[in-house]
Write a protein that binds this ligand. Structure first.
Ligand code: 5GP
Ligand code: ZN
Length: 137
């Protein structure tokens, strides 16, 4: 299943060139054109799925195993100090390309990047309410 309008379908399937780190029959891992840090890569399935919820479970598992493979390669090549695994779903969450992908972002002590959120607070009542709603869903 491919989407003719989708840039990641074209890149993953080799119709548009990319800086590829790894490829197999289901995935292509290539460098992000707007990297947060040296080595920032995207794990992209060759089939088109818009987001995490749309991904078949077995393929999703393999996608995260491919992210791990990418981490190991990056550790061997660049010895980063840490990693962020980022996976955005929906415009409000920062997704800009609507073809599922996992960001593998190596982190270096001096990279100047900040990936995070402003911590809120959680009362026991609110926690109970949220847990009940999700358990019932
Ligand atoms: P999102 O914001 O959807 O989580 O991530 C999309 C990522 O794809 C961005 O980090 C952006 O820099 C990257 N990107 C967008 N278009 C291209 C492209 O044509 N080639 C490559 N290599 N990366 C792209
Ligand atoms: Zn696609």
């Amino acid at each position: 299943m491919k989407d003719d309008q989708c840039i990641f379908c074209k890149i993953a399937n080799g119709e548009i060139p990319s800086s590829t780190i790894y490829e197999d029959e289901k995935f292509r891992v290539f460098l992000d054109l707007g990297p947060a840090a040296k080595g920032h890569a995207l794990v992209v399935p060759k089939e088109h799925y818009a987001n995490l919820a749309a991904m078949p479970e077995d393929l999703l598992g393999e996608a995260f195993c491919t992210a791990k493979k990418t981490v190991l390669k990056m550790q061997a090549a660049f010895h980063p100090d840490g990693f962020n695994i980022v996976q955005n779903n929906g415009p409000v969450a920062g997704q800009t390309v609507f073809h599922f992908h996992i960001h593998v972002i190596p982190r270096y002590e001096d990279d100047g990047q900040k990936i995070g959120w402003n911590p809120g607070s959680l009362s026991p009542e609110e926690a109970a309410e949220i847990c009940a709603a999700m358990k019932e869903a």
